[in-house]
Unconditional design. Structure first.
Length: 227
């Protein structure tokens, strides 16, 4: 049986050395980000790809043909950097270029069938997270999702991230319109009820609606977690 700590001074210095809860949360997130980056780099390099090439291929596999400028802005990189990666992918037969439908000078990059398969496999979430999140119960997953959604919206509001095609800032999102506690919201585009089981974080059909600040102010009311 451990003895309770009676020495206030020792307890205070132990807690000071541990850092504040906020500092430890930041350190935990940094650790997870590092592990995810490491895992992604390992998977990309196993396929002979750089991280940028893997990200470009995943995006092309998901979204279809895209102009270089748009590809660069979606990856938050310069067009020159993305051009080099596209040229390398082209040499391996993973992407091709095709003229735009309306304007033949607006060349778009398109993944080949092999490129799409490889890009789709690079989209899978890091195995390290699959194992860790899989061990949480449904209530824990819901709380974690709410916290992560809040952090994404905060970073969006501050301009740290430029884009997050998330339901809560979408013009098609209709909050709290159903009695169903599991799916109280609605997507007016696809006409389906929404809840923790189906919120999207990177939806190709997203249309700008509520600002990140507006969504943040409402989020706790939208994402109620059953205890
Ligand atoms: S269009 Fe996509 S982002 Fe918008 S509410 Fe529907 S599912 Fe969510």
């Amino acid at each position: 049986m451990p003895r309770p700590v009676n020495n206030d001074g020792a307890l205070r210095s132990f807690e000071e050395a541990s850092g504040s809860l906020e500092e430890r949360i930041c350190a935990a997130l940094a650790k997870l980000a590092l592990a995810a980056r490491h895992d992604y780099r390992r998977r990309a390099s196993a396929e002979g790809l750089s991280v940028i090439q893997a990200q470009a291929l995943s995006l092309l596999a998901r979204e279809g043909p895209v102009e270089i400028g748009r590809l660069a802005s979606r990856l938050a990189l310069t067009p020159a950097t993305v051009s080099d990666s596209v040229a390398a992918l082209e040499r391996r037969g993973l992407v091709g270029r095709k003229p735009g439908a309306g304007d033949r000078r607006r060349v778009r990059v398109e993944a080949t069938a092999r490129g799409k398969r490889l890009g789709a496999s690079m989209m899978l979430w890091p195995e390290i997270f699959q194992g860790a999140v899989g061990g949480l119960d449904e209530a824990e997953k819901a709380v974690l999702f709410r916290v992560l959604a809040k952090m994404i919206l905060t970073l969006l509001e501050r301009g740290t991230i430029q884009q997050a095609r998330i339901c809560f800032t979408c013009a098609y999102f209709r909050p709290n319109v159903h009695e169903n506690a599991d799916r109280p919201h609605h997507c007016a585009l696809v006409d389906v009820p929404l809840g923790f089981a189906s919120f999207r974080l990177d939806c190709p059909d997203h249309e700008a609606g509520l600002s990140a600040a507006g969504a943040l102010a409402e989020l706790d009311g939208w994402l109620r977690v059953a205890r």
